[in-house]
Design a protein around this ligand. Sequence first.
Ligand code: SF4
Length: 359
Amino acid sequence: MNLNSMVDTALTGTPIDRADALAVLAADDAEVMSIVAAAGRVRRHFFGNTVLLNYLVNLKSGMCPEDCSYCSQALGSKAEILKYTWLTPEQVSEAVRAGVERGASTVCLVASGRGPSEREVGKVADYIEGIHAEHPQVTICACLGFVDEQKAARLAEAGAARYNHNLNTSESSYADICSTHTYDDRARTVQASRAGGLSPCSGLIAGMGESDEQLVDVAFGLRELAAESVPVNFLLPFEGTPLATHTELTPQRCLKILAMVRLVNPDAEVRAAAGREYHLRSLQPLVLEICNSIFLGDYLTSEGQAGAADLAMIADAGFEILGKHPDEARAGVGTDTGTDTAEVRIRARGAGTELPANA
Ligand code: SF4
């Protein structure tokens, strides 16, 4: 494995080749720190030492008719999560304010379900216009399931900048995790979001039994779709879902996966997403050396670490929050105790489950 030559390639914005991507995943754990350092050179070349904070607002939770086997909100899932239909505009506004106050520069508006109706797109467009008026500097990302170009264009017109729709896994492993839609269905929505004027955000979930080849396939699939933002999720094996027994990830494996994704998508916003706390454990700060983006606080149906801990981790590791002066970010660390009212709002918003029992 020649990490220097991989870095040289990636620094030009070109993906490393498949053999090198596979070599990163197959590397001995003793090489992990060298791999992190190599990915770090690429990350710093394109993004310096800035960290973009994304904040999730779960507009509608659970009761999804699709059967994605990793998802606590799926048809047939017995996971104990909060289930609710659409938040009110006031609830959305409160949740967004809580994230923005902590330094989030991107707000992700998420709704469970196969995809929004015209009426639901109109409802979300209204939310977006309200957020845009109150926080004009904030980037708004929507994640509502399958959309066509017209629906994406309606969201863009309202002020959304980005659309998230993950490929999740490779084409060859897609049927193993879902029977109600296909890899191609997902890829089409990523393309439609771009055609409608939104920046495509699309990522993956690792730890669902896929092979190294399949992980590399999905990383290149995301590159082919020119995903500008790539969230990398690590499976949270929710009790009550078909993948509850999958516990194959280790902290070293997660770092190798993140580094591989970075080296295949050198200039994309690579984000450490769900499962960061659960799987990386004490190695969490190292994700910042590879990824220029994280979610702040909680995920859709599981709790992340407190927002204060995220901010402290960023400051302690010498990184800066994008769009926030370092002194302001440090001030945020001191004042966010994890028990104030905004924090309560974050947790009331959609974190309906405990982490899996083996957390
Ligand atoms: S479509 Fe989305 S919300 Fe529905 S089961 Fe799949 S991942 Fe979960």
